[in-house]
Design a protein around this ligand. Structure first.
Ligand code: DQQ
Length: 538
């Protein structure tokens, strides 16, 4: 089936076959990036979860390795679930992961490499004293999972956090250890947010407020904020907030309580979940990985024989221009896949029109686009456009005075299949402009088994003097879209039936009624990455 074959991605990591979910234990060890991942070796749906293992020199080309850990003890027989790695300055590595026990109790287990001199870290030993942490009193035995990377306190203790909930309040519990084998629960919580439900895959890390470099997980002090991220089980979305970590009390306080974890910002406004960061000690950057699942149905996944991809790894920094969000940007290594670049300068797109690009195949692309609107025209528009949002605004077809305009990706010639990624400007009654960034899947597929076709998106801060800009990574069935240098990100999975192979095209569009747009673009065809089994002579 050509349509299903076409959906496999060319430069996003995915196993050769079967089901994958959360990224686990990422780290850079002896020159290799290691990525483990939740993996079902037997089927293209979730179950029988093991740790798949892959390595890369550049986070783009990957080599498959044998499974790192499988369910084989009473304390993880129902699944080797999500966990994280901690690298100590003495060279040792500790992995903590959640095991689902023979009674489906969630416990935390310790594992370590059998041989630290092996850069591939092929063999893993489970600590004989597992589990090392069991659900504390008052915590539901099925609501206690996904330990983080540990951070070191000034008095030489290691701390980790584990997500949970109490009633409907999402919480992050903290445990203290010195040897990674015995742990004490610290009284109180790192943070709690009522109404947010179970917190999965908590992540907690420092960001520098100036300088833009990444920080190792244990760094704290002046000029540092901490990001707290939780994956909300009820919503299947990753939420984060910026705040301050107090080491004395072991609490984290959000900068803006109205944008607390789970009620404010998201890493990605599309299909993206269970993400995790790690510190790249060689390139001094913090890298974010995230699971991008399918939005078609399980039966089709079984037919395809695979499900899910990982996002292109993203560098995370504090946005010191707005001061209120992080920036996410694809690792620079992805640019090594760029082939011939095509430049289109100052293309005028009149209100209500579509402009095609003759670029050959349009299924593997990296696109940067800037959009200009004459300032006087923007100021002249007096019409207020209150209450707009991406989800209810009618997508690319919902016309306003100042939007939508942007790109139509993976579109067929007749535009019956298309995924618009666009800006929409809405004036409030005081004449201020709110900018929205949206990805519209509603016409992305004519297949009759794709039930989730949403218009995703959010507002995006645009500061005085800034140009509207977006970057898109297009790879067959995934589109990762970044606005304003990564202030907002949206990932879409799409399942076209017509816009495949040479039938996939790219267009500019402007469906605003009151403005013409001037667009400048750079478009690169993207090479495929090598993603294949490891062999010695690579
Ligand atoms: N996936 C794992 C859990 C985690 C969930 C199981 C998040 O540890 O909470 O595959 O997707």
């Amino acid at each position: 089936n050509a349509m299903l074959t076409w959906q496999r991605t060319a430069y996003h990591f995915q196993p050769a076959k079967n089901w994958m979910n959360d990224p686990n234990g990422p780290m850079l060890y002896k020159g290799w990036y290691h990525l483990f991942y939740q993996y079902n070796p037997d089927s293209a749906v979730w179950g029988n979860i093991t740790w798949g293992h892959t390595i890369s020199k550049d986070l783009i080309h990957w080599f498959y390795l044998p499974l790192a850990m499988v369910p084989d003890h009473w304390y993880d027989i129902n699944g080797v679930w999500t966990g994280s790695a901690t690298m100590l300055s003495n060279g040792s590595i500790f992995v903590l992961y959640t095991g689902s026990t023979e009674e489906s109790v969630q416990v935390q287990n310790l594992a370590y490499p059998a041989n630290l001199s092996d850069p591939l870290l092929l063999d893993w030993v489970k600590y004989p004293g597992n589990p090392v942490i069991v659900p504390p009193p008052g915590i539901g035995v099925k609501n206690f999972r996904d330990p983080t990377t540990a951070w070191l306190t000034p008095n030489d203790n290691w701390l980790i956090t584990v997500g949970s909930k109490v009633n409907t309040t999402g919480i992050a519990l903290v445990f203290n250890t010195t040897d990674f084998t015995s742990y004490d629960l610290i009284q109180g919580v790192l943070h709690a947010v009522p109404g947010t439900g179970m917190w999965e895959c908590v992540d907690f890390y420092p960001v520098a407020t100036i300088g833009g470099i990444g920080l190792d997980t244990s760094v704290n002090g002046p000029g540092i904020k901490h990001v707290l991220k939780a994956s909300l089980d009820d919503l299947k979305k990753d939420f984060y907030a910026l705040g301050t970590y107090e080491e004395d009390t072991n609490t984290w306080t959000p900068d803006n309580p109205e944008e607390d974890v789970g009620i404010g910002l998201r890493y990605d406004y599309g299909k993206y979940y269970a993400s995790k960061t790690f510190y790249d000690q060689d390139k001094k950057r913090r890298i974010l990985l995230g699971w991008v699942g399918e939005t078609d149905c399980n039966i089709t996944d079984l037919e395809k024989g695979w499900a899910s991809v990982q996002s292109i790894p993203r560098v995370v920094v504090f946005d010191n221009k707005t001061g209120s969000n992080i920036l996410q940007w694809p690792v620079v290594e992805v640019e090594s896949l760029r082939e011939n670049s095509l430049e289109f300068d100052q293309v005028v797109v009149d209100a209500g029109s579509v402009v095609p690009f003759e670029i050959g195949k349009a299924t593997q692309l990296d696109i940067t686009a800037e959009f200009e609107i004459e300032k006087e025209v923007l100021e002249r528009t007096i019409e207020a456009d209150v209450g707009y949002n991406c989800t209810t605004g009618g997508g690319a077809a919902g016309r306003g005075a100042l939007g939508p305009f942007g790109l139509l990706v993976i579109a067929d010639e007749s535009l019956s299949e298309q995924t618009p990624v666009f800006f929409y400007l809405a004036k409030d009654i005081d004449g201020n402009i709110n900018t929205f960034f949206c990805s519209d899947e509603s016409r992305s597929s004519e297949a009759n088994d794709v039930f989730v076709k949403q218009v995703y998106g959010s507002t995006v801060p645009v500061l005085d003097g800034e140009t509207l800009s977006m970057r898109l990574l297009v790879d067959h069935s995934i589109i990762e879209s970044f606005a304003q240098g990564g202030r907002r990100v949206i990932t879409s999975r799409i399942y076209p039936t017509l816009a495949i192979y040479s039938g996939a095209k790219l267009f500019l569009f402007n469906n605003a009624t009151g403005i013409n747009i001037t667009a400048s673009l750079k478009i690169w065809q993207m090479n495929s990455a090598f993603i294949r089994p490891y062999s010695e002579d690579q």
